[in-house]
Design a binder for this molecule. Sequence first.
Ligand code: K1U
Ligand code: ZN
Length: 186
Amino acid sequence: MALLPILSYPDSRLRTIAAPIKTITADIKTLAADMIETMYDAQGIGLAATQVDKHVQLIVMDLSENKDAPMVFINPKITPLVTEKQPYEEGCLSVPDVYDKVERPNKVRIEALDENGDAIDMEAEGLLAVCIQHEMDHLNGVIFVDYLSHLKQTRARDKVRKVLKVRDKQQLDHDRKVKEAQATPV
Ligand code: K1U
Ligand code: ZN
């Protein structure tokens, strides 16, 4: 399995519309497994293929406490089961360290296939309903900050730039330390 790089807002590749998956090949199963590993590594509860620059209708999620119940959704379709929308604080691995409230229906029906091609038909409420709608948005090129004001979108862009700068510096420091340790005679 492999960790996949996650695209960061405002990368234009996050705007790509995902294509339906015609056949669940070994490559698709490997992608699903890699996305689950990537989601756990990034401490997320969901990940859409769009976020790892793969433009197919594939979502992984795990809302369990012990992170031992991954779910795979292929070609998902969502039907709202309530008309009213409720605010929920959302985050996104593609928009690190930015959290804000988005209003969505709190109960939806999810129809999809799992990684074995078996049909999923379930009702989701609360965080599960919010998360699947957030991930479906990714497959359609929509990011949760699109629902926020222009000012908040500008702030989100600035925040992501700062976070990525800090991460890059930490990675460089780490690489330098590893190199120094390898060069130090025992
Ligand atoms: O799509 C993603 O980038 C994953 C995203 C899913 C999500 C979380 C919360 C609401 C909607 C969608 C994340 O996993 S963000 C990180 C996270 O674990 C989290 C953030 C806020 C609340 C709960 C969890
Ligand atoms: Zn997201």
